[in-house]
Write a new protein. Structure first.
Lengths: 259, 388, 318
């Protein structure tokens, strides 16, 4: 099967800062691959092995995202592409999905496209299903296992809380994968070293034929107007009272947090 | 009783150990300023190996090593876990005859202090201790089961707990932003909380931050940052069915970290004139994890393939970068400075955990009684001024 | 003037518990804009669910029958919803932030080129130039920052985090309207359901109880384990716990162990060395129990219990 995986390179800092223009200060040093994208990559590897397929990985973002692509190469991707251009910047999920879908379509058709369930920064979970919509394929979220039944059919288990739905899905399909559902393969010193030397092709704005008014900042319909820190530094609130009172409050907090 | 008011800047292992040693004098009035958390900076990224006979600190200073080791052993015995001791033993590999000699001397010293140690040339036995090793690349190996590695953050917090129990004050989350001098004498500090406090003595324990701290009193502290790039490897077999000892080669070292293995280029193999190895950076900009350079992957891969082939195909679970603070001779800077009442206790580089107990014991005596020691004389700031 | 739409998700042939919260949000927008509040559902046999959908304050109920559809067939359902959007002119569409609903409406947003925000926790409404504007407030970066979004265009889709404990006030008297959609096929076929056996791995655990070196004592650790069992949590620990054999290495949280992303973590006797905190990601709610008021964990946790765990745990186990 011909497989595509979308990965996002995200800031990992525990101390996000905002500048005077409401923009995130993205400290380039502290960034890594979006965690659940590696779970998506893992299912791609399983499917590649099972079907003797190939994996192409796409990441949209600045040059720093090359680190994620090199990691994917080291893990077992066959080809990776950095999608990068000024005109792609400042977009919302609609614009991002259009650019990714177009790049994928131009190199396609793919039998299966994997994405993580959501990114750890924006966390919208929209881009995957939007790509599926553009490419006229079904999407399955919360995928916890995937297996090829034949060259056109997949058996997918989708987590629905108290259990898994077993689905039979015709390809092509887009599958989104939650964090922790499998154990991602790690790069090794040997494979990472090889990947670090790889030339990664860049797909820039001249290579993506899309209406400029539908991508990037002009195409964005969802606009961030204000940004504020949720809490200035993390200082624990002390629980006080009798041990019974503390225990009761802890029970409440655990239930609230779990919901 | 007139008490001596002492400010310690920095709550890493050096600051916390110094605070503890000073708190043993009843005429010391101590305030430690830590801008973040105790033992959270370069200390937190230390491998914490305190081995009886490797040469990360030359055998000339073997007593310093032993003093550190035994301090932590007692700490751990008093309260299990408080020094984070993992008694894995150590295997030190001899790559040439020179190294072999050093190891053998180390074994003699360890035995003299009542510990076990042996130099093994039987390759089959070495392989038994560490199956992933390429025994053909070494002459032999020194081995002891008595030591292992500790946890710098836990040790720092234990020292902090002890010094507070002795009445010292720790200001957490408070940064010293200004140091006032009058006529070449350090007088007071000003903090990020807007406080101004007078002190009789001010001690810089800020390690990689010392250049910045020194600037506050107009002092050029001659330290370089060397990159300590550490990688956590998941061995191909996922679970090690043997105890992975601290493994020392001249160019790198490794130790177990749970089911994983931690590897790092050794600090003495760093070249201060190689911009890939060393430079002057801002430790505040260091990320907690990641930030490593491809260079070190290349370097460590070559080393693993040559020496520990069993690890060359290990998974790379995570990595971090820290800055060691190294003077040109890789030894710390202790004691007085040209600025009166301003002391240095910094530049421990890759050896902070090993050296802190002995170095701060002597520093406390110097500050409280004005008595120097042989160690302080050898590691004095003046040695670096004369060189320049 | 358009209408405010609330998507009532039908899961497993029943109205989702998110409906109570959703109606509250809808009423909040209605209060500012004065628009008609329309609750709509798409699915099978909706007649049976009609009574459960008649929430007080809702003006109109639009029920679209899609014969034989499953709620996971977002490819087919998105065609149905797009068709419904041609019939009813919405200015705001509120959608519960469940996995299937957000997937479904992401597709709808793309079909119709409608701006969409995600996972909002609150709404703020105001009238600008005579037009109602809904400001959407959402946490970002794992709740480290709060973001306010506005959507441009005539319509907007907002997915909302809901509190499923909010019970809707039923017995309203909306105008009820049935429509049918029979077009579009789905490439997804539901063949089976497998109930979860309660295998709770540390990786996917929502609630984790972490023991640190303060818990290295038979009696204390036993209580920690009992507490974890009581609240359905997985037991993990810090490095000293693993090094000393109290927990297996795979249950060690930290830089050198496992990196986890639970929703809630309760720590007992964990000092909070970076080595440990680096293993706890995704901004979970953290409650730390430690007898040392200076323990670094309190600089990391949300809630602090400064006490000896052997006094707190018996109360928790009652």
């Amino acid at each position: 099967m011909k497989i595509a995986v979308c990965v996002k390179h995200v800031p990992t800092s525990e101390n996000v800062q905002i500048d005077e223009n409401n923009n995130l200060v993205r400290d380039t040093a502290e960034s890594d691959t979006n965690p659940c994208d590696l779970n998506a990559m893992e299912f791609a590897l399983q499917l590649k092995q099972q079907t003797e397929g190939t994996i192409d990985v796409y990441s949209m973002g600045p040059d720093i995202a090359l680190a994620s692509l090199k990691k994917c190469l080291a893990i077992g991707a066959d080809q990776t592409y950095l999608i990068s251009g000024r005109k792609f910047a400042g977009g919302d999920t609609l614009g991002t999905a259009r650019v990714l879908a177009k790049a994928i379509e131009d190199n396609g058709p793919y039998d299966v496209i994997f994405t993580g369930n959501e990114s750890s920064d924006g966390g919208t979970g929209q881009v995957g299903p939007m790509i599926a919509e553009i490419l006229s394929m079904p999407d399955v979220s919360e995928t916890v296992s995937i297996e090829a039944k034949d060259d056109k059919t997949l058996e997918i288990r989708k987590n629905v809380g108290d259990g898994n739905l077993v689905l039979k899905v015709k390809t092509p399909v887009l599958v989104t994968v939650p964090f922790g559902c499998n154990e991602p393969t790690l790069p090794t010193l040997r494979t990472q070293r090889k990947a670090n030397r790889a030339e990664i092709p860049v797909i820039d704005e001249s290579m993506v034929d899309l209406d400029e008014n539908l991508i990037g900042k002009p195409g964005a319909l969802s606009i961030v107007t204000t940004v504020s820190s949720a809490s200035a530094g993390r200082t624990a609130e002390e629980l006080v009272g009798s041990f019974e009172e503390i225990a009761a409050r802890m029970d409440e907090l655990v239930e609230e947090g779990r919901a | 009783m007139e008490k001596k008011k002492i400010a310690i800047i920095g709550g890493g292992i050096a600051g916390a150990a110094l605070g503890f040693n000073l708190s043993l004098y009843d005429d010391a009035d101590i305030t430690l300023y830590e801008k973040n958390r105790i033992g959270c900076g370069t200390t937190a990224k230390s491998a914490g190996t305190v081995c009886l006979f490797d040469d990360s600190l030359k055998n000339r200073y073997w007593d310093v090593r032993l003093y550190g080791f035994e301090t932590y052993l007692k700490m751990e015995k008093e309260k299990p876990g408080s020094a984070g001791f993992d008694k894995t033993g150590t295997l030190v590999c001899a790559t040439d005859e020179e190294v072999e000699k050093t190891i053998k001397a180390g074994i003699a010293l360890a035995k003299s202090a009542g510990y076990t140690g042996e130099y093994i040339t039987d390759k089959a036995r070495i392989k038994e201790i560490l199956p992933s090793l390429n025994v053909d690349s070494i002459l032999g190996a020194g081995y002891t089961q008595d030591d292992g590695y500790f946890d710098g953050t836990m040790i720092s917090n234990t020292f902090a707990e002890k010094m507070e129990a002795n009445g010292a004050c720790i200001k957490r989350g408070v940064e010293v932003v200004k140091i006032n001098t009058e006529g070449g004498v350090a007088k007071s500090v000003e903090t990020s909380e807007g406080e101004k406090v007078d002190f009789d003595v001010i001690v810089d324990c800020t390690g990689p931050w010392s250049r910045f701290t020194g600037e506050l009193v107009g002092l050029d502290v001659p330290i370089w940052h060397t990159k300590a790039e550490a990688f956590f490897l998941v061995p191909p077999e996922k679970k090690l069915d043997y105890v992975f000892p601290v493994l020392k080669f001249p160019a790198f070292y490794a130790l177990r970290a749970g089911d994983n293995v931690f590897i790092c280029k050794s600090h003495l193999s760093m070249n201060l004139d190689d911009p890939m190895h060393a430079g002057q950076w801002d430790p505040d900009k260091l990320p907690q994890v990641g930030g490593t350079d491809d260079y070190f992957i290349d370097f460590l891969f070559d080393q693993m393939e040559e020496n520990v082939p069993g690890l060359a195909d290990s998974g790379l679970a995570s990595s971090w970068l820290s800055y060691r603070a190294e003077p040109r001779d890789f030894l710390p800077i202790l004691g007085e400075t040209p600025v009166e009442n301003y002391f240095l206790c910094t530049g421990f580089g890759g050896n902070g955990v090993i050296e802190a107990p002995a170095a701060t014991r002597d520093m406390a005596k110097l500050i409280m009684r004005g008595e120097s020691t042989m160690l302080l004389e050898e590691w004095a700031f003046s040695r670096l001024i004369e060189e320049a | 003037m358009g209408a405010i739409g609330i998507f009532a998700e039908i899961i497993d042939n029943a109205v989702s518990n998110s409906i109570g919260s959703m109606v509250e949000f809808g009423l909040k927008v209605k209060e500012a804009s004065g628009e008609e509040l329309v609750l709509f559902a798409v699915g099978n046999d909706l007649k049976e669910k009609e009574a459960d959908l008649k929430a007080a304050g809702v003006d109109r109920l639009v029920l679209m029958e899609v014969p034989g559809v499953s709620y996971v067939q977002t490819d087919r359902l998105s065609c149905a919803v797009a068709d419904l959007l041609d019939k009813v002119e919405f200015s705001t569409i509120l959608v519960p932030a469940s996995h299937t609903a957000r997937s479904l409406f992401a597709r709808v947003a793309m079909k119709k080129n409608i701006g969409m925000t995600a996972d909002c926790t609150d709404l703020d409404t105001e009238i600008i130039d005579g037009k109602p504007v809904v400001h959407q407030i959402k946490p970002s970066f794992g709740a480290q920052i709060m973001v306010t979004c506005d959507v441009e265009g005539d319509c907007e889709i907002i997915t909302m985090r809901t509190d499923d404990q909010v019970v809707p006030e039923l017995g309203g008297d909306p105008v009820v309207e049935y429509v049918e959609f029979s077009g579009a096929d789905s490439a997804i076929e539901v063949v089976d359901f497998e109930k979860n056996d309660s295998v709770n791995s540390l990786h996917s655990a929502e609630v984790v109880v972490c023991a640190g070196r303060g818990a290295m004592d038979e009696e204390r650790f036993e209580m920690v384990k009992q507490y974890a069992e009581k609240i359905g949590a997985v037991v993990a620990g810090s490095r000293p716990m693993a090094d000393n054999g109290w927990i297996p290495f795979e249950n060690q949280v930290g830089q050198s162990g496992t990196v986890i992303r639970p929703k809630v973590a309760i720590t007992f006797g964990v000092s909070g060395a970076i080595q440990f905190t680096e293993g706890l990601k995704g901004n979970p709610l953290i409650i730390a129990v430690n007898s040392d008021e200076h323990a670094p964990i309190f600089g990391f946790a949300d809630y602090a219990v400064i006490a000896d765990m052997s006094e707190v745990l018996p109360a928790l186990l009652k």
